[in-house]
Ligand binder design. Structure first.
Ligand code: ADP
Ligand code: MG
Length: 740
């Protein structure tokens, strides 16, 4: 560890800097007293701005495109491009980019300048601002460096980006300037999806079609549109930048691969909803301003369970917009953090022994009247619809639970799922005691001849009152009903939400179609429509009953019970990803045309590759940290112990002292031998060419061995003198912020 001329080591420097952070002045957009409505969305160009700025016919032509999925006419594109250019240039924007979500789990941008050099007939060069309709609509970034999972051969490495007009354009501003971002989809030469947005848009469309057909059948004859809504609550950690700079693991992998737990973690539960340190509040304020300017409706902010952990919750929006907004929020959280001398960690498990971070995906369905289909209503019909839709969703989750598990599989989430802090890796549905009772009654045929009156008798009519003060919560459930929406709680904090949302939408869309077929069949013999709907609801609830679970999802009893019920138990990413290879399980994706079989397989290959690369990086970082940081520190301590020993004359003292040395020597031996063993094992694993076999070996052998090496190193941390330990400790990283 480096020591300065005053004998102060770099870790102490980092600590001093962290408790005396520089003050960052956060300026409210539009001045101190400006109301939020003054600047909300000021950096976006969406429908509202188009209505204002576009010629009438261009605006109507755009609406037609949006409503009927028609191709945007060239003149309209030109008119929009021109309005967009004028607006952007007036705001000081110099560049534009097609913003897309490749399958790498990040976003990508390809920047172009607005300016074009023109030479006039006197050969004098002129700079003009130029932005055309075709630049707005289509781009052709070099796709060869983005993963395609084998869906594209090199000779057709071209990829195309196309504007998604349903998502607003936005301006990203930072120290380096302002860029107009155009949200786009990204696809290959044959139209195959190379990103996360294309399948999401397809799933939204098929869900709309199938849900409308079903709703018409149950009596909502005038329904025009059904949309999925999403509110994604985002958890994150804030760690002072000075500490991160000294931690190769946080820099390389986003999580601490070493580190002994501090005596105080979260057991006092004093962080949750506790007061937010001023420094953090200041940061959150700036994050909120940035999000507001981007038209992102950030709503709540509070501390989370673990020290150093916080949450951002937006108000829900259409799933496509919400997904873009979540991705953007993650970028804003990270960018603003650096300005405040923090690093924002979005990893699912940055610190062992305390809670990790998730991203609760609150999901529901709404129709064009703005009614929430998962909200028990005020009329018997609305309640009947509520129960029918509920049964469709529960059955969709039951039928496709393995895919939903695969959708949230990621190496980071493996540290969190089922670790007594997050839902288990078994997908189950929690409905709450009241609704559970109603469902049980329906199954038992207590409403066999349900008429509207009987539904009321059954208590269903009273659901609205119950849902209002719905306090029945089950934090251990991965998919919980929370009064008027489902909360998919097993999604990891670093996830791209489009992925789980695509599978959920597709599963529900597929089940709506099935429900319509079943209902038509029942209606042949049961002319009373309400009775037929109840019959279908009963069938679906019965068929999916085993996915419903009200108890403690963290318990061993549930794992045993789930196994008895035959629910898929896919403990790790390595198990879960294999689901993609099961044609029967993924058939609903190709049948709904959300993903072709080829596209599903490309996602499998990319996920496996990402898993392997992530673990490889973690192992290499761990080995290097052990070699270059831990081992030298232990050696220094051993030398110091030996020196002291040689100066001792009392034999009792020597004996006690010897036992200290021996303890450290034993730990040192473990570190050295485990380091060698892990090096050998990771070398042999690297030579396995079959990607699936390699992933499985990493999960089954390499990972567990790395945990043993970590334990030995953490033991050393507890034995080595504080001043010799080079890595910022958990107590410093997690609690320093509360000292200032
Ligand atoms: P709670 O804290 O009780 O779960 P909140 O009102 O705080 O409820 O909502 C949590 C998240 O769920 C928020 O992001 C919110 O916008 C979102 N949400 C609420 N209603 C819906 C809905 N109909 N569809 C999708 N998300 C919703
Ligand atoms: Mg929540």
């Amino acid at each position: 560890m480096s020591v300065d001329s005053n004998g102060i080591n770099s870790r102490t420097h980092a600590l001093n800097a962290a408790i005396h952070p520089p003050t960052v002045k956060v300026e409210r957009p539009n001045g101190d007293n400006a109301p939020v409505s003054d600047f909300f969305g000021c950096n976006t160009f969406g429908l509202a701005q188009m209505r204002e700025k576009l010629p009438k016919d261009a605006y109507h032509s755009l609406l037609k495109t949006l409503d009927h999925g028609k191709k945007l006419p060239k003149e309209t594109a030109e008119a929009i491009a021109s309005a967009v250019k004028e607006w952007s240039v007036a705001k000081g924007v110099t560049h534009f980019c097609h913003w897309f979500q490749p399958m790498t789990g990040l976003t990508a941008e390809k920047h172009d300048a607005f300016i074009t050099i023109q030479s006039s007939h006197h050969s004098e060069l002129r700079v003009i601002e130029r932005f055309t309709g075709s630049q707005l609509i289509q781009g052709e970034p070099d796709a060869s460096s983005f993963p395609s999972g084998g869906t594209r051969s090199t000779f057709e490495a071209r990829g195309y980006t196309t504007w998604d007009p349903s998502s607003p354009l936005f301006i990203i501003e930072d120290e380096s300037g302002k860029t107009l971002c155009i949200p786009t989809v990204f696809f290959g030469y044959h139209g195959q999806a190379l990103d996360c947005k294309t399948p999401l848009l397809r799933s939204v469309e098929v869900l709309n079609t199938n849900a409308c057909e079903f709703l018409k059948l149950i009596g909502d004859v005038d329904v025009k549109h059904v949309a999925a809504t999403l509110g994604a609550e985002q958890e994150y950690f804030l760690i002072d930048k000075n500490f991160v700079a000294l931690r190769p693991d946080l820099i390389m992998t986003g999580r601490s691969l070493l580190g002994s737990s501090s005596p105080r973690g979260q057991q006092l539960e004093d962080h949750y909803f506790g007061s937010i340190p001023t420094r953090v509040k200041n940061y959150m304020q700036e994050v909120e301003y940035e999000l507001f300017k981007l038209g992102i409706p950030a709503k709540t902010r509070h501390n989370e369970v673990a020290p150093g952990q916080y949450e951002l919750a937006p108000i829900f929006e259409d799933v496509n917009i919400a997904a873009d907004h979540n991705t953007l929020s993650m970028e804003v959280l990270k960018r603003v953090a650096l300005k405040h001398n923090f690093v924002c960690l979005l990893h699912e498990k940055p610190f062992a022994g305390i809670n990790g971070s998730g991203k609760h995906n609150n999901w529901s369905l709404s129709n064009d009247k703005g009614e929430n289909l998962l909200e028990p209503g005020t009329t018997p019909h609305q309640n009947l619809r509520f129960l029918a839709v509920l049964s469709v969703v529960v059955k969709a989750v039951y039928d496709n639970s393995a895919i939903l598990r695969a959708a949230i599989a990621a190496p980071g989430n493996d540290h969190r799922l089922g670790a007594n802090e997050a839902p288990p890796a078994i997908i189950s549905v929690f409905l709450g005691s009241m609704l559970e009772k109603i469902c049980n009654d329906i199954e038992e045929g207590k409403s066999a001849k349900a008429t509207e009156q009987q539904i009321i008798d059954l208590g269903v009519g009273k659901i609205p009152n119950i849902s209002k003060d719905y306090t029945d919560r089950n934090r251990t459930s991965p998919f919980a009903f929370t009064g008027n929406k489902f909360e998919f709680r097993a999604v990891g904090s670093s996830a791209i939400v489009s992925i789980p949302m695509t599978y959920l939408n597709a599963a529900v869309a597929y089940t709506f179609q099935h429900a319509a077929t079943v209902l038509k069949d029942i209606m042949k013999t049961k002319p009373n429509r309400d009775e037929a709907i109840m019959e279908m609801t009963r069938m679906f609830l019965k068929e999916s009953k085993t996915v419903r679970f009200d108890g403690n999802g963290y318990s061993q009893e549930w794992r045993d019970e789930a196994a008895r019920r035959g629910l898929p138990i896919l403990k790790s990413t390595a198990d879960a990803l294999e689901v993609y290879r099961d044609k029967k399980l993924t058939a609903f994706l190709s049948e709904t045309r959300v993903l072709s079989t080829e596209e599903v397989m490309s996602r499998y290959h990319i996920s496996v590759e990402r898993y392997v690369k992530t673990i490889d990086i973690e192992i290499m970082t761990l080995l290097e940290m052990t070699q270059t940081l831990v081992i030298p520190a232990v050696e220094k301590q051993l030398t110091a112990l030996a020196t002291t020993q040689s100066t001792m004359s009392s034999s009792t003292l020597k004996k006690h002292h010897m036992s200290r040395s021996q303890k450290l020597e034993t730990t040192f031996e473990a570190i050295l031998s485990l380091h060698d063993e892990l090096t050998r094992l990771s070398d042999t694993t690297a030579n396995i060419h079959d990607e699936s076999a390699r992933m499985k070996k990493l999960a089954a052998e390499v990972q567990p061995l790395s945990v043993r090496l970590r334990e030995a190193c953490d033991q050393a941390e507890r034995l080595v003198a504080d001043e010799l330990w080079p890595l910022p400790k958990y107590r410093e990283m997690l609690f320093a912020t509360s000292l200032c």
